[in-house]
Design a protein around this ligand. Structure first.
Ligand SMILES: Nc1ncnc2c1ncn2[C@@H]1O[C@H](COP(=O)(O)OP(=O)(O)OP(=O)(O)O)[C@@H](O)[C@H]1O
Length: 308
């Protein structure tokens, strides 16, 4: 079994008037990409900043690459890279200068110009950081997180403000980190980002982890009912055995929800073939990660209200 890069148990942190982290347990395996999901104010950044050593915890056990971030700051920081929500980049330095400065803080950094190229900023290498656009600054942040060739990267909302091309490139880069054996902890509000990148996800709400799993299994997704959708030619009626289960969407498509879609599809397509009915736009879909996420948050909010 792979050792854990990060182990957290019973982590708690309060600010005046708010319990930001209220007993979080996490285990993140070395060489995997882990996504922490949750609504605004859920406690993601506070958790990540405690792991990075930027915030002190009130209680709980934390191990990051075998270090306690509250004690072994220097040793640990040489092995981690960080994209924080607010760029720490000094606006008077150029892209290459700040990249070289951060690289210099690590024992075995990557080549500065290669990293600048990797984040698509070669033509801005001599530009002052303060003159970069929002998306370009974020690319720089990602570059700063990886230039030290760290074993573990913390990426807090790494692609916020990226255009679609830049997002795809960033995803490729993050996958490349994993291919190199690095561990990545990312927070994101983009469910497609978690779906595309993460080996495991955890959903945090009001300071507590409410669900964990792979993007495919989170919240019972793998066992969730499927929705079969299709369109019928005008004037064609479904046989009663399907019509009883079907509903028509506002856009005129038929939908049938089935726990096990295989027998129903067999029956439906068999009928369509026999009657020469074309079932256009036929799809079979499980709930998306976004739908599962939203229902987890909604259920948690409802339970909290009931308990209050
Ligand atoms: N320095 C601070 N002082 C006081 N309260 C804070 C501080 N930092 C965070 N909080 C509060 O702690 C809670 C958790 O905040 P946190 O930034 O960890 O959430 P988040 O999940 O990262 O949210 P977002 O998705 O908006 O970034 C919030 O209620 C926030 O207002």
């Amino acid at each position: 079994m792979t050792e854990a890069a990060i182990e957290v148990s019973g982590l708690r942190k309060a600010f005046p008037g708010v319990q930001a982290v209220a007993g979080v347990d996490l285990s993140i395996r070395t060489g995997t990409i882990f996504a922490l999901l949750g609504p605004n104010g859920a406690g993601k950044t506070t958790t990540v900043e405690i792991l990075e050593g930027y915030q002190q915890r009130d209680s709980g056990e934390v191990s990051v690459l075998g270090f306690d971030p509250a004690r072994n700051q220097l040793e640990m920081k040489r092995r981690i890279g960080i994209v924080s929500q607010e760029t720490a980049a000094d606006s008077f330095l150029t892209v290459r200068e700040i990249m070289a400065m951060i690289a210099g803080a690590y024992p075995a950094p990557r080549n500065v110009d290669e990293v600048i190229a990797l984040v698509g900023l070669s033509d801005k290498a001599g530009t002052r950081v303060g003159k970069l656009s929002g998306g370009q600054k974020r690319r720089l942040d990602v570059g700063l997180a990886i230039v030290g060739n760290p074993d573990l990267c913390f990426l807090d909302e790494p692609t916020t403000g990226f255009d679609p091309d830049a997002r795809q490139e960033a995803w490729a880069m993050i996958r490349e980190l994993k291919d190199m054996g690095k561990t990545v902890l990312l927070t994101t509000h983009y469910m497609d980002e978690a779906q595309n990148l993460a080996d495991e996800v955890a959903v945090i709400a009001v300071g507590r982890i409410i669900a964990t799993g792979t993007p495919e299994t989170l919240g019972g997704r793998a066992e969730a009912a499927s929705t079969i959708s299709f369109r019928l030619p005008a004037g064609t009626d479904l046989p009663d055995r399907f019509a009883a289960e079907a509903r028509m969407t506002r856009r005129g498509a038929m939908q049938i929800i089935a726990d096990d879609p295989v027998p129903l599809l067999n029956d439906l397509t068999g009928w369509a073939m026999a009657e020469s009915v074309s079932l256009t736009d036929l799809t079979v879909e499980r709930p998306t990660l976004e739908e599962i996420y939203l229902s987890l948050i909604a259920n948690d909010t409802a339970e909290r209200k009931e308990g209050a």
